[in-house]
Design a protein around this ligand. Structure first.
Ligand SMILES: [Fe+2]
Length: 258
């Protein structure tokens, strides 16, 4: 976390780190730090045992919850690999100004001790600001009936690069609406399992949205819900999606633009 806080982000650019699944930390040139869907425990393992599915984490915890120091903590929906009560319980909340997410995620924030004044409910097409961050909710189609409040995010710091994060979503052409905002980067789920976008559907979405680069995620955390990201690379190529394939390494610093 100290490395992230100290990392120099070029003017007009964006730095980001992948911590597994849909967990990212973004940093602006002004020093604003925003997280999405941080899953920093192994809490899903117990859930998996109830379901008879191995949901033990396959990516090491690269950052402990109590080490997290972000200005804005966001969640795309209330599934435990995205809004993890155990991660949220462990946060040093005093340093985080805002907790943003759809209502069911906000209920978890509240249950885990975040004061109401720092909780900001979010919804598709809603716009939220904090310092140089502008976050807009995007449409996402629920993958089952256990949570009907899925959403994606469009993030932008100042006039820097725009990032579209799909969040978990079933496929629908309605996702293409995010293209109206001309994101420079798309970070998309590709796993196909549990009714999420497959690598083929994700490539179709990327082709419609037309970003400069496409980053796959949500294929790495659970052995029972994994896919080879090279299949997404191939799907981008075969469909002529036109975006650069960008595969991330867990924990490494990535810089875009600037
Ligand atoms: Fe998920």
């Amino acid at each position: 976390m100290a490395d992230i806080r100290a990392f120099p982000v070029p003017k007009g650019g964006l730095a980001f780190w992948w911590l597994g699944q849909n967990g990212f930390i973004f940093k602006s040139p002004e020093g604003t730090v925003v997280s999405t869907d941080l899953y920093l425990t192994d809490s899903c393992a117990a859930l998996g045992r109830e379901m008879g599915v191995d949901l033990g984490r396959a990516v090491p915890v690269l950052l402990k919850p109590e080490e997290v120091d972000v200005d804005v903590f966001t969640c795309t929906h209330n599934h435990q690999d995205h809004t993890d009560p155990e991660t949220i319980r462990g946060l040093r909340n005093k340093d985080t100004a805002l907790f943003i997410g759809p209502h069911p995620s906000c209920a978890i924030f509240g249950n885990e001790g975040v004061e109401a004044g720092r909780i900001q409910p979010a919804w598709p097409q809603g716009e939220f600001e904090h310092r140089d961050l502008r976050l807009r909710g995007t449409f996402a189609l629920p993958t089952d009936t256990s949570d009907l409040n899925h959403m994606g995010f469009l993030l932008q710091f100042g006039n820097g690069p725009k990032v579209y994060i799909t969040g978990d979503t079933d496929y629908t052409e309605l996702l293409e609406e995010a293209g109206a905002h001309s994101p420079d980067l798309v970070i998309t789920v590709i796993n196909g399992g549990f009714n999420n976008l497959s690598h083929w559907e994700a490539a179709r979405l990327v082709k419609a949205v037309k970003p400069k680069a496409a980053i796959p995620c949500h294929y790495d955390m659970f052995r029972t819900n994994a896919v080879d990201p090279k299949m997404f690379e191939a799907s981008l190529q075969i469909q002529g999606a036109g975006a650069r394939y960008w595969e991330l390494r867990h924990g490494g610093a990535n810089v875009f633009g600037g």
